[in-house]
Design a protein around this ligand. Structure first.
Ligand code: HPA
Length: 273
C-alpha cells in the first residue's frame, strides 16, 4: 500500500482507539485563535504526540492537539495548532491532520489563519473571507502517488472555497455587523516574512493576503471531497506597505485584539453552515 496512506490509516486507527466521536465539521485554528478550542463544549482531547506517526507542531503559541466536542449542537473536531511546511515536514505530513479529520467523518472544513494584508484597502484587525488561493510558490500536497482511496489524480480546483459556504458566512457576518473583506490568499513557504518585492509580486498575481498555511490544507480537503471555507485575520500590513518591520509579536497582538469577535463569528459560522 502507498506509504502516505498507510501512515494516515495508522493515525486514524490510533485516534479510533481513543474515541468513537463522529465530527461533522472540522476546524483548523490559526495564530491567536488557538484558545477557541478551550471555550467549546469538549468531550475529548487527544494530544498529537499521543497519535502514532503524527507530525507534531513546533511553533510557539500553537498547542498540539485535537479537541472533539460541540459548538452549539454541531459535533466538531478542532485542530488546536497546525503543522506548517516551514517546520520541515513534507507536504504529505503537513496535510495529514486535514485528511485525518476527513477520514474521521468531517464533511466540512473551516480554515482560519493570521495573514498579512496585501490589498491597500485592508487594515490590521480586518477579517477576510478567502474566495480563492494561489499556491504556485509551494509544492502541491497532492504530489506523489495519488491516494486513490481519497480522490482523483487530477482534481478540479475551480471552486476550492465553497460558494455555498461563502454565501452563508457573508450573511452571518452581515447579521452580526462584522465587516468581512473578500479576497485571494497567497501561500508562501515562510518562515521568514516576505520582502517588499515579493509582496509586489503577490499583488500583481492578484493576491489580497499572504500567509504560510491554509491553501495546502484546502487543496488536500478538496481532493477528498470535503467542503471547504476559510477566513483570514489580517494581522498586519505586508512587508514594504508601512515603515514597520514585521514580527510575530505584532501578528499575535493583532490576532489577540480581535480574537473575541473572530471567535463569535466562528461560532455562528459553525452552526449555520
Ligand atoms: N506574511 C506571511 N505570513 C503572515 C503574515 C505576513 O505578513 N502575517 C501573518 N502571517
Amino acid at each position: 500500500m502507498n506509504k502516505v496512506y498507510e501512515k494516515l490509516q495508522s493515525c486514524v486507527a490510533s485516534v479510533r482507539e481513543k474515541t468513537d466521536f463522529q465530527p461533522e465539521v472540522a476546524l483548523i485554528l490559526g495564530s491567536g485563535l488557538g484558545d477557541y478550542a478551550d471555550e467549546i463544549q469538549a468531550v475529548q482531547t487527544i494530544n498529537y504526540a499521543d497519535i502514532s506517526h503524527f507530525p507534531t507542531s513546533t511553533v510557539a503559541g500553537h498547542k498540539g492537539r485535537f479537541v472533539f466536542g460541540y459548538v452549539k449542537d454541531v459535533p466538531v473536531v478542532i485542530m488546536q495548532g497546525r503543522v506548517h511546511y516551514y517546520e520541515g515536514y513534507p507536504m504529505s505530513d503537513v496535510v495529514l491532520p486535514t485528511r485525518l479529520m476527513g477520514m474521521l467523518g468531517a464533511k466540512k472544513l473551516i480554515l482560519t489563519n493570521a495573514a498579512g494584508g496585501i490589498n491597500y484597502d485592508y487594515e490590521p484587525g480586518d477579517f477576510m473571507l478567502i474566495t480563492d488561493h494561489i499556491t504556485t510558490a509551494v509544492p502541491s500536497p497532492l504530489i506523489g502517488a495519488n491516494l486513490e482511496e481519497l480522490g482523483t489524480r487530477f482534481p478540479d480546483m475551480s471552486e476550492v472555497y465553497s460558494r455555498r459556504m461563502r454565501d452563508v458566512i457573508k450573511k452571518t457576518a452581515q447579521e452580526m455587523g462584522i465587516l468581512l473583506r473578500e479576497g485571494v490568499y497567497v501561500q508562501l513557504t515562510g518562515p521568514n516574512y516576505e520582502t517588499p518585492a515579493e509582496i509586489r509580486m503577490c499583488r500583481s498575481w492578484g493576491g489580497d493576503a499572504v500567509g504560510m498555511s491554509t491553501a495546502c490544507e484546502a487543496m488536500a480537503a478538496r481532493h477528498m471531497g470535503v467542503e471547504v471555507c476559510g477566513i483570514s485575520c489580517i494581522t498586519n500590513l505586508a512587508a514594504g506597505m508601512s515603515e514597520k518591520k514585521l514580527n510575530h509579536t505584532e501578528v499575535q497582538e493583532t490576532a489577540d485584539r480581535v480574537a473575541k469577535q473572530f471567535k463569535k463569528l466562528i461560532t455562528e459560522v459553525v452552526s449555520s453552515i
